[in-house]
Design a protein around this ligand. Structure first.
Ligand code: E4P
Length: 217
């Protein structure tokens, strides 16, 4: 499973990328606004920090505008993936980008039928928003399972990118449901390393090791 970081904070990205566990990055207009930086500049910097796909979202609502913005974003670096919303216009633009060889991450997916349309349009990634569905009282993880079954039934290559992840349990459940990738906020990514029993066990081991007076090197 590929793990992406959902952030525009390049200091945090550098720190986590040093683990070798960050396969890509996703951004959205809210995260760009949060960065307080020009979008093209921050996307270029992120692309220089990670080899894998970096999603950069269009802001236009019409097809011509999405195509103009997406082409500009795709020209920033070889690993830019254009992010387009799951609207009728977004899927028309997705099909055109696919014809041009530009990868698209179709975002704001909340039903399996929407995911089916995105795959038919040629999306490289579909982003079902797990946390926002759960907040809405629906079954976010059930959506991942439905999309997995549909994509497998018809051999679609579109990768399922579990998004709007709120906690480590979401990552586990998405992996079990067959998501190809998950995009994770930095605080949740940090939490993936942790368990109280790991900390407690390590403390005990280190205390016992100190008593031996040994050194391995
Ligand atoms: C990533 O592509 C999405 O924009 C992100 O996961 C949304 O997460 P949120 O629901 O926490 O804003």
């Amino acid at each position: 499973m590929q793990l992406f970081l959902d952030t525009t904070d390049t200091a945090i990205l550098k720190d986590l990328a040093a683990t070798g566990l960050v396969d890509g990055v996703t951004t959205n207009p809210t995260l760009i606004a949060k960065s307080g930086r020009p979008m093209l500049e921050v996307i270029a910097e992120i692309c220089s920090l990670v080899e894998g796909p970096v999603s950069a979202e269009v802001a236009a609502m019409d097809v011509a505008g999405m195509l103009a913005e997406g082409r500009k974003l795709a020209a920033v670096a070889h690993n830019v993936v254009v992010k387009a919303p799951l609207t009728r216009e977004g899927l028309i633009a997705t099909a055109e980008f696919a014809r041009e060889g530009i990868q698209v991450n179709v975002t704001l997916c909340f039903t399996a039928a929407q995911a089916l349309l995105a795959a038919k349009a040629g999306a490289a990634y579909i982003s079902p928003f797990i946390g926002r569905l759960d907040d809405y009282g629906a079954d976010g993880m059930g959506l991942i399972s439905e999309i997995r079954a549909i994509y497998d039934n018809y051999d679609f290559d579109t990768e399922i990118l579990a998004a709007s992840i709120r906690n480590p349990a979401h990552v586990t459940a998405a992996a079990l449901a067959g998501a190809d990738c998950a995009t994770i906020p930095p605080n949740v990514f940090q939490d993936l390393f942790k368990h109280p029993l790991t900390e407690k066990g390590l403390e005990q081991f280190m205390s016992d090791w100190a008593k031996t007076g040994q050194s391995i090197v």
